[in-house]
Design a protein around this ligand. Structure first.
Ligand SMILES: Cc1cc2nc3c(=O)[nH]c(=O)nc-3n(C[C@H](O)[C@H](O)[C@H](O)COP(=O)(O)OP(=O)(O)OC[C@H]3O[C@@H](n4cnc5c(N)ncnc54)[C@H](O)[C@@H]3O)c2cc1C
Ligand SMILES: *[C@@H]1O[C@H](CO)[C@@H](O)[C@H](O)[C@H]1NC(C)=O
Ligand SMILES: *[C@@H]1O[C@H](CO)[C@@H](O)[C@H](O)[C@H]1NC(C)=O
Ligand SMILES: *[C@@H]1O[C@H](CO)[C@@H](O)[C@H](O)[C@H]1NC(C)=O
Length: 337
């Protein structure tokens, strides 16, 4: 009898994390990652990678949403506390979130009880950064930098016998004849955009600067953030709903630089290394679901795992574990199990 064959379409943080977890669950399966973009060409590569789910992050219901977030935190925390942490690009970071207008901006119900420290900033701390900050919190969380995490995962995946195939998929059903189950981790998957009207791009732009003296993250009002990563500091940002523009916008760049420098003035001395743009695959709710399609009378088993918006690094592990469970369910009755 032949081995079980599983295709994971997509090699961003969601696809690769799902593929590695599937290898643990189905030890004898042949698992392929099929994607047209890898590593530096994925959206995942653009993200700073801080663990901070937005309060608008939505799964199918409250319990599942919380489970995804909890499982994700423990997944990252385990890597962070292992010998592999720096190879995998996972580290602890701490910092501040400030608002001059709304107290709720500095709260985060999802993580206040999950991370080791989440507390109200003191009066002194509110004066750390120039600006009339009225509300603030200090918290400790995890940073997962995809420029290190993705290659680390690809190599674990290959060492465990996984295959990586570079290919553009224009019709998921066509994979049905080759695989027992196809896992759809295509993010925005621009090609398919018109087929899922709930999937909307939210455009973001960031600057990567050289400022090794910045060790603390800062969030200010209006999507302004300064996040120290392994080899650079990420400055952001913007959130442009339904914008498909993948090119660096000069004015967005200038605005981000000015906003970040007024929050953390020492950044005026930082050299800009790169500017990057990404389209966050926003969907309400994030779609992690089973589906059975028929292709010329043949059953095609699909498990979807996409639409993580601005929180895909944060929540990839939890949704991936959930997707693995759906793969197990959809294969029930398959004699290869
Ligand atoms: C500026 C910015 C900052 C961000 N910061 C953070 C952050 O701090 N924390 C956080 O949690 N999230 C952050 N995000 C969000 C995060 O980047 C995304 O949620 C995440 O990268 C989504 O991962 P993904 O694997 O779904 O998609 P992607 O990384 O886009 O991967 C999609 C994969 O699918 C493949 N694919 C798609 N269509 C096809 C096809 N037709 N055929 C073959 N292959 C296909 C692609 O080749 C690619 O390999 C940020 C986003 C932006 C833009
Ligand atoms: C959170 O996840 C961890 C590890 O996955 C588990 O041990 C714990 O029970 C979970 N807690 C909640 C509240 O679900
Ligand atoms: C995908 O392929 C199948 C058969 O090969 C076909 O029936 C279906 O219409 C195709 N879908 C699209 C969107 O091209
Ligand atoms: C796969 O995911 C994309 C989103 O990236 C979605 O638009 C598409 O409909 C999915 N494919 C199938 C066959 O459902």
């Amino acid at each position: 009898m032949k081995n079980l064959k599983i295709a994971v379409v997509g090699a961003g943080v969601v696809g690769i994390t799902t593929a590695v977890e599937l290898q643990k669950l189905f030890r004898n399966a042949d698992i392929d990652i099929v994607a047209d973009k890898f590593d530096v060409d994925t959206l995942s590569f653009v993200a700073a990678g801080i663990f901070r789910p937005g309060t608008s992050f939505t799964g199918p219901n409250e319990d599942i949403t919380r489970k995804w977030i909890n499982d994700s935190y423990h997944y990252w925390d385990n890597i962070k506390n292992s010998r592999e942490a720096s190879n995998a690009g996972v580290a602890e970071v701490s910092g501040y979130i400030f608002s001059s207008e709304y107290p709720q901006i500095v709260r985060n119900e999802f993580i206040e009880k999950l991370v080791p420290i989440y507390r109200t900033a003191t009066e002194d701390e509110l004066r750390l950064c120039p600006g009339k900050w009225k509300y603030g919190s200090y918290f400790t969380t995890i940073l997962s930098q995809c420029s290190l995490y993705l290659p680390w995962c690809y190599s674990n995946f290959k060492n465990a016998g996984g295959k990586i195939i570079e290919r553009n998929i224009d019709n998921l059903s066509s994979l049905g004849s080759e695989y027992d189950v196809v896992v759809n981790c295509t993010g925005l998957g621009a090609k398919y955009l018109c087929k899922d009207r709930k999937l909307v791009p939210i455009r973001g732009q960031v600057l990567k600067v050289e400022a090794p003296w910045v060790k603390t993250f800062f969030y200010g009002d209006y999507d302004t953030y300064v996040i120290p990563c392994f080899d650079s500091v990420t400055l952001g940002g913007c959130r442009q709903y339904d914008s498909y523009d993948c090119t660096v916008n000069k004015y967005d760049g200038l605005s981000i630089k000015e906003r970040c420098e007024s929050l953390v003035p020492s950044l005026r001395n930082a050299k800009v290394i790169a500017q990057r743009v990404g389209l966050r695959p926003h969907r309400d709710p994030v779609r992690v679901e089973k589906e059975i399609l028929y292709n010329n009378g043949n059953k095609v088993r699909i498990v979807h795992n996409y639409g993580h918006g601005g929180y895909g690094i944060t929540t990839a592990p939890g949704t991936s574990l959930y997707a693995c469970e759906l793969v197990r369910e959809i294969l029930m009755g398959n004699s290869k199990l």
